[in-house]
Design a protein. Structure first.
Ligand code: TXA
Ligand code: MG
Length: 321
């Protein structure tokens, strides 16, 4: 099993040897390797059981490092980077030749971001290469938001998990691509679409469902973020649980409600109804409910505004058959 460590020097040594290390970010834990090494990148795909067409996000230490992997950067991308980095924003840019095709799943674009986590930033500053890091879960499963989630998922695939505590934000980065210099939303994430469009003025949405045959963010079509127990999404979870009895349901409520008290197994994402607190708790509570003696999980739909849209997106994908 990978060892949980807090020493970035150990992480650096392993990465320099071509090994993988799980790293903390403000969104979710990533499974990191040298983004410029085809071998390291291939080990990431193998460890996760990830299809080769699903490209990885490349993590860099700062905006100045982007020029080493990307070119022809649109002005809007620079503006977004200056506004949100370090932070949960991934930009899809034209790649430079030095980035292996294995990293980008065969695409000529590369996804890049500067994570907002003290330990990982200090690690990146000391490395001579950027880190490719998808979420540190087996392909399709619920993303990890603490070191123990990662440890529970993997056996001997890599030596270390760098422990940076619980992820602050708790859902993945927002992914933005560009079409003739115009910002396009590829994946809802920890920065609400409204915050992006307040900077770009205009934000086109090219969401995978709208483009089934040629998704902009490959890999977003398949089932994702899944618990081992079946998950259902409902506006009235308690009514659904009653209907499905004697099957035993664990309920994921959005906010405090009287219903909560009549349900044996439940978690409440945010008692006060805060969307950012709900994001922070989302994956941790899904991991917890999945381990309870229940037959299925029923999640309450969140209001579709701001980060609520991101949470519903993740729940819908986790519920996909
Ligand atoms: O918050 C995050 O983004 C986390 C942390 C670890 O940084 N990472 C993460 O990686 O969520 P992953 O592999 O679970 O999701 C990456 C997404 C995939 O949906 C992939 O299709 C998309 O990024 N992506 C990567 N490169 C792309 C590219 N060149 N064009 C379009 N989409 C891309
Ligand atoms: Mg993922």
């Amino acid at each position: 099993m990978p060892e949980i460590i807090t020493d970035t020097a150990l992480a650096r040594e392993a990465l320099n040897k071509g090994q993988l290390v799980a790293i903390p970010t403000e969104t979710v834990y990533g499974l990191a390797g040298n983004a410029l090494s085809e071998n390291a990148v291939n080990s990431i795909f193998a460890a996760k059981g990830r299809p080769a067409f699903n490209p990885l996000i490349v993590h860099v230490s700062g905006i100045d490092a982007v020029g080493e992997i990307a070119q022809g950067i649109p002005a809007t991308a620079t503006l977004l980077a200056k506004t949100f980095w370090p932070g949960p924003l991934t930009l899809v840019l034209d790649k430079k030749a030095g980035v292996p095709m294995a990293t980008t799943g065969g695409l000529t674009t590369v996804a890049v971001r500067v994570p907002d986590h003290r330990l990982t930033l200090s690690l990146l500053e000391k490395l001579d290469y950027p880190l490719a890091a998808p979420s540190a879960n087996p392909s399709g499963r619920t993303s990890p938001t603490c070191a123990v989630h990662v440890k529970d998922y993997f056996d001997t695939e890599f030596p270390y998990i760098l422990d940076g505590g619980r992820c602050r934000s708790g859902v993945e980065s927002t992914i933005i691509g560009f079409d003739k210099g115009q910002a396009v939303l590829y994946r809802h994430g920890a920065i609400p679409a409204e915050a992006i469009s307040s900077v770009t003025g205009r934000l086109m949405v090219n969401y995978p469902e709208k483009k089934e045959k040629n998704p902009c963010a490959p890999g977003m079509l398949s089932r994702h973020y899944a618990t081992t127990k079946p998950l259902l999404l409902s506006g009235d979870p308690l009514a659904l649980a009653t209907y499905l009895a004697p099957k035993k349901a664990g309920i994921l409520f959005f906010r405090d409600s009287v219903q909560k008290n009549v349900c044996a197994v439940s978690r409440t994402l945010s008692p006060s109804g805060s969307l950012s607190e709900a994001c922070h708790n989302l994956y941790a509570f899904l991991h917890e409910l999945d381990r309870q003696p229940v037959d299925l999980i029923i999640a309450e739909e969140i209001p579709y505004r701001g980060l609520g849209t991101t949470i519903n997106d993740r729940l819908r994908r986790a519920a996909k058959k």
